[in-house]
Design a protein around this ligand. Sequence first.
Ligand SMILES: *Cc1c(COP(=O)(O)O)cnc(C)c1O
Length: 254
Amino acid sequence: MEPSVVIRPETIGSTPAPDGAVDGPHALADRLRAIRTRMDQAATQASRNPADVTLVAVSKFHPQASVRAAMAAGQLVFGENRVQEAAAKFPPLRAESPALRLHLIGGLQTNKTRDAVRLADMIESLDRPALADALDRAAQTEGRLPDLLVEVNTGDEPQKFGVPREQADALIRACRQRFGEKLRGLMCIPPAHEDPRPHFRLLRAMAHTHGLSVLSMGMSADFEQAIAEGATLVRVGSAIFGPRPATPESTVAP
Ligand SMILES: *Cc1c(COP(=O)(O)O)cnc(C)c1O
């Protein structure tokens, strides 16, 4: 059980699925292609190189079969919210395709850090000193350290993960000192019913101040605006995989 004050992952993002009725691998490949096209257009419009923006396909709550269908359509980078779900779904897929990359994007409990460090290529949700401590210890035990992003709660929303704005600079500096180049950049999830662009701009300004190059921002509803504001990673779930099932229990294929 998660504490009730924590925002539930399925409530994040507001775009309804583009189609729900027929959802085979072809529909998924079509949606994936459409998203990539829109990403490229958004980058070009912003006078950016489309190759500088990476799509993280957020497969949380969706079965392994959907991840496989996306892989068959050329997608290699995936995002998951929960360590346990990622641990059940991804190791077999990685064995099939060593180029697969897994980003953990959900709030991370300190008691899950060893599994997270073992599984992930990037952890996008480093948001407090205690988690930095736990990740450091886990990295020493496991002998590996994923790339890291500090998640900033740009809207200072009490129910959200992410370091509050006024504590962000200190956490970023501390993580830079501790993790060096492994601290790659910043991530944010703007408030659901606000114009996201000021939040994207704030994140970009913070990254610039600290000399960090990776900006993870933008989801199904706003990835084009995020690209216009400098996103290098966009995390798109429902616009690729369709609506999320109500519970994560059914996500591991038989
Ligand atoms: C679920 C989730 C997404 C994807 O949201 P969509 O609106 O489905 O694209 C992106 N980022 C985080 C942190 C998420 O939890």
